[in-house]
Design a protein around this ligand. Structure first.
Ligand code: SF4
Ligand code: SF4
Length: 209
């Protein structure tokens, strides 16, 4: 995997600072949704991105998408080696959802084709799980599905040269930081900025349900 130019070299300083004040992404929208609720939620978020002019969001979003594309061959390679014989597939987990930052990111890259939350109801299987694995491209998945390396995959990574391991780790950290920047940008646009991620945004229509 090639090295990359860090977002810290070109992004707005205020945004970088705000992202660094955040410890983690807000845990919003991580619940089953029917497709109408999903569409309404995505539309509200797309409206905010458009309100901000789109460019600031899309630059950060495309940076994230590029990094996901760069790590994809490694992750896919590990999946080919480990998943076919897996006795407890992680995609069967019931707590995998798109969160708000995922939706901001999808809006930022103009991805409007994801039809719904991972499940409409509690106990349902993930709607994207097919016989050959995930039917979503890696760049359109919930981020938890992008970065997750299970134990056998961690062992594979630990068997790689140190420099390679460092590049992958740095890419994942960079994505995490860039996602916090998207979240900060979103909150600044909606007037709900919070370094603490209290989970209580106040903008009309964006409150968690
Ligand atoms: S990523 Fe790991 S836990 Fe998930 S299905 Fe593949 S082998 Fe199993
Ligand atoms: S979105 Fe894809 S990777 Fe994530 S749980 Fe569903 S099938 Fe698995």
């Amino acid at each position: 995997m090639k090295s990359f130019t860090s977002i810290a070299r070109w992004a707005d300083l205020d945004l970088l600072l705000r992202a660094s004040l955040k410890c983690e992404e807000a845990s919003l929208f991580r619940h089953p949704m029917d497709d109408d609720e999903w569409r309404r939620t995505c539309q509200r978020i797309q409206d905010v991105v458009l309100l901000a002019g789109g460019d600031a969001f899309s630059r950060v979003g495309e940076h994230i998408a590029g990094l996901i594309q760069a790590v994809d061959p490694v992750m896919t390679g590990y999946c080919r080696l480990t998943c076919p014989a897996c006795s407890d597939p992680c995609c069967n987990g019931q707590k995998v959802f798109f969160n708000r930052t995922d939706l901001i990111y999808l809006a930022a890259i103009g991805e409007t084709g994801v039809p719904g939350q991972t499940r409409c109801g509690q106990g349902h299987p993930c709607r994207y799980l097919g016989g050959e694995g995930c039917r979503l491209s890696r760049r359109s998945r919930p981020y938890v599905c992008v970065w997750f390396l299970c134990e056998p995959q961690m062992e594979l990574l630990q068997g790689e040269p140190a420099r390679f391991q460092r590049t992958i780790t740095e890419a994942l950290q960079e994505i995490r930081h860039a996602r916090l920047m998207l979240e900060a940008l979103f909150e600044l646009t909606t007037g709900t900025w919070s370094a603490g991620n209290t989970g209580r945004p106040t903008a009309p229509g964006l409150a968690p349900s």
